[in-house]
Design a protein. Structure first.
Length: 312
């Protein structure tokens, strides 16, 4: 009896192509993630920070809602509830942590430095949450990337005269995002399409931010060009763009590799500021960018080949 061999008509995706797509995805992630600071700068002159975060999340969620309801698997509460938790941790916790710190007077440069310790937070928490210990090369690359952030940001670091406990806020925000990242990697609900999970997370974050915005004074939008333009930029680029890319990259690689790419965001943000606002660049920024890039490359090269997965 002759065996029949079934040939899959779909072309196989080569490892090289999958790696190239992942690198392009990560490059787009860095650009869009860094661009979020531009929108905050536009809008913060016209409204309190939590009002900006509220409308950023609400507009993003409402734009995604029709797509989330009509395209993809049927939404079930057992899948929706974990996504609401991730929205509270990854968006509300992270964004509120550094926004509150800046509001209490913690210097922006120091807040940026603390929040960019995300890869180290993921590295520390990977073992208790995922049972995955980082290799020596991954630890080395993470520490080199962090050193690059220190070099690039050193010129802007001052302690200031603010309550000591306020410095814990960006630390808690960073840990919140790290926990959400690892929980999503472990959760079976990771199979939910990105547009559905992001919609749920945005609307959940908007509900939380509405409480803080109401405490600040009002939840109504400020009807001027600066606020509307800033919110649209944040919704389209910093939320729909960067968070979609973040979760897409997370599904194709390890949390250690994806979060190590975030180390490139402070220097790239400085380039954004130079191009759009004429803020000066310094030699330390350029050196920091090169050092951070070296750390990211070390982490990426330490990634097991099975960690880069092609998806249709």
């Amino acid at each position: 009896m002759t065996e029949l061999t079934v040939v899959d008509p779909r072309p196989a995706r080569s490892p090289g192509l999958a790696l190239l797509l992942l690198v392009l995805l990560e490059a787009a992630l860095v650009v869009s993630w860094s661009g979020g600071f531009v929108g905050v700068r536009f809008a913060s002159d016209h409204a309190p920070i939590f009002l900006i975060l509220l409308w950023r999340s609400l507009v993003s969620g409402l734009l995604l809602l029709p797509l989330a309801l009509t395209w993809g698997p049927r939404l079930r509460w057992r899948d929706v509830i974990p996504q609401m938790l991730y929205g509270a941790l990854a968006m509300s916790g992270y964004l509120a942590g550094f926004a509150l710190a800046i509001g209490f007077g913690v210097p922006t440069g120091l807040v940026a430095l603390i929040t960019d310790m995300l890869p180290l937070a993921v590295a520390v928490l990977s073992w208790p949450i995922l049972g995955q210990a980082l290799t020596g090369r991954q630890w080395l690359g993470s520490l080199i990337g962090f050193a690059g952030v220190l070099v690039a940001s050193a010129h802007s670091l001052t302690l200031g005269t603010v309550p000591l406990w306020a410095y814990a806020l960006p630390v808690l925000g960073t840990l919140s995002l790290a926990v959400a990242t690892l929980l999503q990697k472990r959760s079976p609900s990771i199979a939910m399409p990105v547009h559905q999970s992001l919609c749920i997370q945005c609307l959940s974050a908007a509900a939380i931010f509405s409480v803080f915005a109401g405490y600040e004074g009002s939840v109504l939008p400020v009807m001027n060009v600066g606020f509307i333009g800033g919110v649209l930029w944040l919704a389209l680029v910093a939320t729909l763009g960067s968070w979609t890319l973040y979760y897409m990259a997370l599904r194709r690689s390890s949390p250690a590799r994806v979060t190590s790419v975030v180390y490139l965001s402070p220097p790239v943000t400085m380039i954004w500021a130079w191009l759009m606002f004429g803020e000066p660049l310094s030699l330390s920024m350029a050196i920091g960018l090169v050092v951070s890039l070296a750390g990211v490359i070390i982490v990426a090269r330490a990634q097991p080949k099975t960690g880069v997965q092609g998806h249709a």
